[in-house]
Design a binder for this molecule. Sequence first.
Ligand code: 5GP
Length: 191
Amino acid sequence: MEKKSNKKLYVISGSSGVGKGTVLKGFMAKHPDFMLSISCTTRKPREGEIDGVNYFFVNKEDFMKSVEEDKFLEWAEFAGNCYGTKKKFIQQCLNDGMNVILEIETNGALQVKKKMPEAVLIFIAPPSLEALEQRLRGRHTEDEETIQRRLHEVKKELECAKKYDYRVINDDLENAISELEKIIAGEQEKC
Ligand code: 5GP
């Protein structure tokens, strides 16, 4: 995708249960001038989620039509649902002079890097696999099989994370937010 402004695209991924959403929320609260991209998904809305705010909720047929028409900057299947970032949405934000943040999984992130090498990829990692396992168990929301499947996914994601530009260890929320701020401030200076 053609880059027409000096604004940057930041792609943030993280293992499930690592608190990436909380880190990102903390960052966004301090930096309202950054635009958090809204993805399309075939997943059903969760309670409280609003179409056009949290996601653009679409059916599989419409999603696949957009894939065929090459409308996505990236897309991937995750846990049985499709997720994708519309090229037009991102280009519009960058042209409007906004720095954009994508919060997406690793396959999509690597697709973005291929198409837009100037995009900055940041991975939010758990302090250790053991800590993550404890956190997942502490939620008491998943059974053993699900926990094992998730840990397997996390190992795969950590492999992908080696291709990211930066890694933020989320051992402490405030530290992780300030680490993310430092990385982004450093990148902004390069603009
Ligand atoms: P959730 O269903 O919990 O909202 O999201 C599931 C996963 O999909 C998360 O890892 C989230 O980062 C990822 N995701 C959300 N939007 C996109 C997107 O547009 N593209 C890709 N590749 N992943 C996404």
